[in-house]
Design a protein around this ligand. Sequence first.
Ligand code: UT7
Length: 317
Amino acid sequence: MKIIGTGSAVPSLTVTNDDLATFLDTNDAWITTRTGIQARHLLSSEDLYDLAVDAANKAISASGLRPDQIDFLLVSNVANRHITPGLSCIVQKRIGLSCAGLDINVACAGFVNALMLADSMIKAGHAKNILILCAEEPTKYCNWNERDCSVLFGDGAGAVVLTEGGAFKDVKLTMISDRDVLYYERGMETTPFEQHYVKGQPLVMKGKELFKTAVTESAKDIQNVLDYNHLTSDDIDWFLLHQANKRIIEGIRHIIGGPEEKYPTVIEKYGNTSSASIPIMLDEMLRANKIKAGDKIIMSAFGAGFVSAACLWEWEV
Ligand code: UT7
């Protein structure tokens, strides 16, 4: 398959590190040096569904296809205010689609996992043109009285339209069951028979542990993809990595190799937008004409689970 259109959308409200320091015990110097984040966009007047529709419409318009030519909608989302129906059902009509769809939750690795599914569906002949939409509002599950998680995240949506082609070369998915390092537990209704009632609580994160696992596992996934395809980091033009922490990206780069310029970032502007982070960055790079036909690209992401994934492209236009 190949990507023929991308789109992205972030909320209109920009919140800087200094803005956060007005109500949290934090400061711009700490956040910038420890994470690389300078600002993030937070949902205020819009809702996640508006962002999702905006990003999807932009991707379809860039693809040159009509909405009725999209024959499957794959949505990646960790949580939104609807447990059911899925986000794909909620936005399908507003995007002007009539095709079937599916929601996946593989945390921040959702985009790369969705690419694997799209590739398999296209190869199996189940669909010709697929829209992947990653729409996330992680700021809605942080505890805003605490500085540990709330400074890291931003809201956003990124979308791509895929069709038949030979650009997508390989993908590697990893899952290591370990809930405790990063989780968000929702409270559910209780029944007269319930013996294990769990009250919901905001996102819990063991930052240091997660940092180390992220660097090690992402680097492993990337190296596996490189080795399997008889490539070295010198052969790769771009490493588009999940934007969780600039120091994690640096850690991965030190293992894999290559100059900083091959590891672009948008984390300064958007923070960690979960599974939307890679498609948002890809959209910005394509619109700035940075990616050319023939470029070899590695994408790699990790998140709650612990899950991680990497894939290889040789860009086709
Ligand atoms: O998509 C996946 C989601 N999450 C991640 O990938 C997160 C992975 N982990 C990380 O990015 C980093 O571990 C963090 C950014 C979360 C934390 O950075 P760190 O360098 O591991 O800091 P730390 O937790 O070791 O804390 C160092 C100090 C502590 O103070 P003391 O004990 O040295 O006095 C913290 O209390 O920094 C303090 N601190 C803060 N200070 C100002 C922690 N958070 C903040 C804050 N502002 N927001």
